[in-house]
Design a protein around this ligand. Sequence first.
Ligand code: TXA
Ligand code: MG
Length: 345
Amino acid sequence: MKTHYLKINPERFDPEQLRPAADILAGGGLVAFPTETVYGLGAVINHEAALHDIFQVKGRPGDNPLILHIWHHRQLSEITETVDPRYQRLIDAFWPGPLTLIFPKKAEISSTVTAGLPTVAVRMPSHPVARELLRLVNRPVAAPSANLSGRPSPTRGEHVREDLDGKIPMIIDAGPCPAGIESTVLLLAEKPYILRPGSVTREMVEEILAEPVEVVTGGETVDRPQAPGMKYRHYAPEAPVTLVEGEEQAVVAAINRMIGETGDENIIVLAFSEHLNCYQDVTVLDLGPRESPWIAAARLYDLLRSCDQMKATRIYVEGLEKTGVGTAVENRLFKAAGGNVIHVS
Ligand code: TXA
Ligand code: MG
């Protein structure tokens, strides 16, 4: 299949430029499109075959449910019967934006979307290109991240091209995604649970709900609700990743010690801006300042993909503080490391 590339300047575009993409979606084709978090691989929900294509193209396990994307509040009534007042407060506070909410699904929502669950995930993206595309289509669009399953999520048009060129009819390239990590996924049971941390942080949700929110990242197998997708090894570059956590100087010392022990491999270190000169004879990539975890979030997947391009044989990463957006970045790094985390002090 030939993939068409549609270049869009997100700051200045005519919505009609997106018409060909909307037509492909409406006709049951797949379109990769930018959101404020990562690029999504979209299919309109009323085309069952298109929904199946998403799983096939990504190599995604069928038991990992999809998120529905909407542009207008009234579309929620196509998806769910009732909106809990607590949800309404979160919607008022964070939509459009990177917060996915889990609702009881209406009977007519395909079980291909929900992987057989009685619930459905919904979000309203804030990216202007995503919003205009969803407005033109005017049906909820199911969209996982537009990467091959297991690869780091795509935050640039080139990343989507690497994974999906020749496999889908169209990729809309609107440059880098501003947030850079996937949306926060939140479930309201008797208590609120964050199933996947993101740039809408626990602290932000707690402020709106005025009650404690638990982050359940899926590493633990407890009988608590989990995002089914979190059980898979995710976001992973080819080389083994070691995440090193602890006091700043101890982390630098520990990584240097491990570099010395591993010898002449092609080692890459992901380090904070303050530490770029702390490592010798290895490639050092910049996570941004330690105090600005949203910069690490925006860069993370691009850096992990660069490690593959540079044929890294081993990757060491300086850990982040687990507060605010740092929690989300740390969560993705934990997954990329396959749980290979070292604590130093
Ligand atoms: O930022 C994002 O959310 C991006 C962009 C494209 O919108 N999308 C995205 O989709 O990250 P995906 O498919 O890569 O991740 C969806 C996550 C998975 O962890 C999945 O298990 C969870 O949402 N999820 C979907 N439906 C769910 C449900 N009914 N209950 C619990 N978790 C659900
Ligand atoms: Mg994904």
